[in-house]
Design a protein around this ligand. Sequence first.
Ligand code: ZN
Length: 313
Amino acid sequence: MEHRKEVVITEVCPRDGFQVLPMMVPTEEKIEIINRILACGFKQVEVTSFVHPKAVPQMSDADEVLQKITRPEGVVLRALVPNLRGLERAILARVDKAKLMLSATDSHSLNNANARTLEAMQGFDQIAKRAERTAIKLGGSISVAFGCPYEGIVPIGRHIEICKRYEQLGITDISLADTTGMANPESIKRISRSLREYFPSFHFSLHLHNTRGMAFANAVSGLNEGIVDFDSSLAGLGGCPYAPNASGNIATEDLVHGFEEMGIKTNLDLDKIIEIAKVLQSRYPNQSDSFLLKAGKSSDLHMAPTGQKKLGE
Ligand code: ZN
């Protein structure tokens, strides 16, 4: 299949990156970073999460962050919302889009939401009804869609069942998340293709963690299946609760660079992105993971050596 020529990348570092840091990122610093992110050309940024402050203390300043950032025209500010209370806060904070959190498997769902997957979805009824009367848009998500650390491979029937429930709620914008980096290009192809065939009116996006270095290959596989929407995190900031020292989302600079090198437009300013990624890397060196920050862009040419140099000399 021929590649699409243009993609949309959503920056999720302020949520997915910051939420797993062992230290709290000061609110002023979050605001500064988000404002710089918004100047790179992103059309959608996941700025925070309206979870209970006790569950995720790092996101306890969600309301203040939303209030103080500079909001450019036409940019969609997205936030994660776990329940009705979270939605109410998101509405008050004038969030454009609320993304619902849901795990593909019961064991992961019990661990994260204290309820089995379909039980957790029952709570979405109230959320969908409340959102209907406001300007806020709803998106769905399926975490551990390409593999669960407790249950392994997720059968496609499960994704279909979840998507049918989302459809009943009027939610057709679905993020497929490889939360713990268990996907490979073949599983991305299989699941994306089946779901796009089964739900042709849906809009699917990919949220890929680079835990095992597969995320860029997985993104290209998704692109080949017609998916044009991807999440990523500056400097690869983030982590995985099941694998210490494992990386978070694919680094935004790696994803943008990779696509641009392939001739696929991202409409983002890569140099500005690299500048912010360097700042984050210097502040959080143990939580960043980025090829581009190590090796530079492919187009950065170097002086050819003048003499012959043998390795090992
Ligand atoms: Zn994630």
